[in-house]
Design a protein. Structure first.
Length: 409
């Protein structure tokens, strides 16, 4: 028997990941390993919840002095980072804990970075600009979407750039991730949909990203493109979401579906953390700034059109997605690939993601601007499996504005 060696792969991960209902009870024990003073980053909704009060009590019972920052805004404005840093710069923080959705976790990463290396935050934009390890970070997600609890990425809104900005460094991977699906039970359907669409886009874009040669590792890239390890996480996560996400959206009290969606989001974080995302995320950065659309909704609207643009370069992968979604095999590989794309379309439609950019409030005369700014997200553009220039991005945005889901083959 001949055994073909697999292509190369990379995994980057927290030191400890704990998953399961009720596992948030371990927060204090883990935090105490890193010191005696904790900063907790959250938002006002979560700060008022009984679950949050229990988490604070657990931290205090384990001997930690706790500072709470509860003014995190959606899409994480730079001003939130600066305000939190200014308030905590001299507080003697040993460990930073993010409790909440992606913005809360990203605030924890950004403030841990600045408490270690100083500001301003924009000096760290891009890949590998963080010079050395940051304060320990513990991530406790309360949505099933971003996967930020295991990623090397922090995303924020920089109003001066009219664009979202990203900081990518392995030093930003949390030391501990505690993933308790019970914390997602109170998510309203709209938040379940937005976060779930984000997870779908992470998994699809990482699975269909550019495939670089093994030399990419030696180049020191944070995102090396699709690889044997990221692909395994993408397959796992997509298989979970295909069944669980519609159930979690339509039946919020279904505990098994909630757990599966959170696990899929975690898998998406592992996949994108080394493979990276691509055109849908590049275009969402200016789109989100213009329309103030939740990130997951924006990438969810764009994904069907990005998939169609990329389909000729990723026929096998989209055909495999059809299989993961349980679509019966029929026709040739291209027909099966189209079935995979349409299965993702149907999932996004079922959870209420709008079908066009027009429905997000984007004006037709803003399409050129979105394409031009999208091209500035170099790490995402370079990660796309088909080459992208401003004309290609404009082709995608025009299709997404008009709702043109033409057969890509």
């Amino acid at each position: 028997m001949t055994i073909t060696a697999p292509s190369f792969g990379v995994q980057r991960a927290p030191r400890t990941v704990v998953f399961g209902a009720g596992q948030r009870a371990l927060l204090g024990r883990h935090a105490a390993e890193y010191g005696s003073s904790a900063l907790v980053c959250t938002d006002q909704r979560l700060a008022a919840s009984p679950e949050f009060a229990q988490l604070l009590a657990d931290l205090e019972d384990n001997g930690l002095g706790v500072h709470v920052w509860s003014d995190t805004s959606p899409e994480l404005p730079m001003s939130d980072i600066d305000a939190c840093f200014d308030a905590m710069e001299y507080a003697g923080i040993d460990v930073v804990i993010g409790i909440g959705g992606g913005s809360c976790l990203d605030l924890a990463k950004a403030v841990a970075l600045m408490l270690t290396h100083g500001g301003p935050i924009d000096q760290y934009y891009g890949e590998n600009a963080v010079p050395s390890p940051v304060l320990p970070i513990i991530a406790v997600p309360t949505t099933g979407g971003t996967g930020s609890e295991v990623t090397p990425v922090c995303v924020l809104s920089d109003s001066r750039r009219e664009l979202k900005a990203g900081i990518s460094s392995p030093y930003l991977i949390p030391s501990v991730a505690i993933c308790d699906p019970e914390l997602t039970y109170s998510c309203p359907p709209s938040l379940t949909a937005s976060a779930g669409a984000d997870a779908v886009s992470h998994l699809v874009e990482s699975f269909t990203a550019i495939q670089r040669p093994q030399a990419a590792l030696a180049e020191g890239r944070v995102f090396i493109g699709k690889n044997v390890i990221s692909d395994s996480y993408a397959r796992w996560g997509l298989g979970l979401l295909a069944t669980a996400l519609p159930i979690a959206f339509e039946h919020p009290d279904d505990q098994e579906a909630r757990a599966a969606v959170m696990l899929a989001a975690n898998a998406g974080g592992y996949a994108l953390g080394v493979a990276g995302t691509a055109a849908a995320h590049a275009l969402q950065y200016p789109l989100g700034a213009l329309t103030h659309t939740p990130h997951g909704v924006g990438v969810g609207v764009l994904l069907p059109y990005v998939m169609r643009y990329n389909a000729p370069a990723r026929v096998q992968e989209f055909a495999e997605i059809a299989k993961l979604f349980g679509v019966p095999k029929a026709g040739n590989t291209q027909q099966q690939a189209l079935a995979g794309i349409e299965a993702v379309d149907a999932l996004l439609d079922r959870i209420g993601i709008p079908p066009t950019l027009k429905e997000l409030g984007l004006a037709e005369d803003q399409l050129d601007y979105v394409a031009e700014l999208g091209l500035q997200s170099a790490r995402l553009i370079d990660n796309n499996p088909r080459p992208l220039d401003v004309d290609a991005l404009l082709e995608i945005t025009r299709a997404a504005y008009a709702g043109d889901r033409t057969d890509p083959f």
